[in-house]
Write a protein that binds this ligand. Structure first.
Ligand SMILES: [Ca+2]
Length: 119
């Protein structure tokens, strides 16, 4: 789980390729349902996003044989890795507390229930 920032208000297309199954959640919306046993297979989904930070959550499972998971967005028709400046918070980095977030970061309250309180 992390955060995603989009450069402008628009409808965005995401592509999730996984072996086996995966989900992509953005805020409280299931954007991509790729949840089934299969070899590496891409599914795409669209969502309208405001120019703010959004919670990003990829769920994944592996059942048999090879295993892989890749997330892309599609910008101007080109599938590309989401630039690191549009993503925040690796797992090992302490996540910000709600009160520490800049005003323009609006996240649903449920997101904060999963954030460690820290010191
Ligand atoms: Ca597999």
């Amino acid at each position: 789980m992390g955060y995603l920032f989009v450069p402008e208000k628009d409808v965005y297309t995401f592509a999730l390729e996984s072996d086996d199954g995966s989900f992509l959640w953005i805020d409280e919306t299931l954007v991509i349902d790729n949840w089934a046993d299969h070899e590496a297979k891409e599914s795409r989904g669209k969502i309208q996003l405001e120019k703010v930070w959004h919670s990003l959550n990829v769920s994944y499972y592996e059942n048999y044989g090879d295993a892989s998971i890749k997330l892309f967005w599609v910008m101007n028709g080109i599938k590309e890795i989401i630039p690191s400046e549009n993503l925040c918070c690796r797992k090992e980095v302490a996540l910000p507390k709600k009160r520490d977030l800049p005003m323009e970061i609006k996240l649903p309250d449920y997101f904060f229930s999963a954030i460690p309180t820290g010191n």
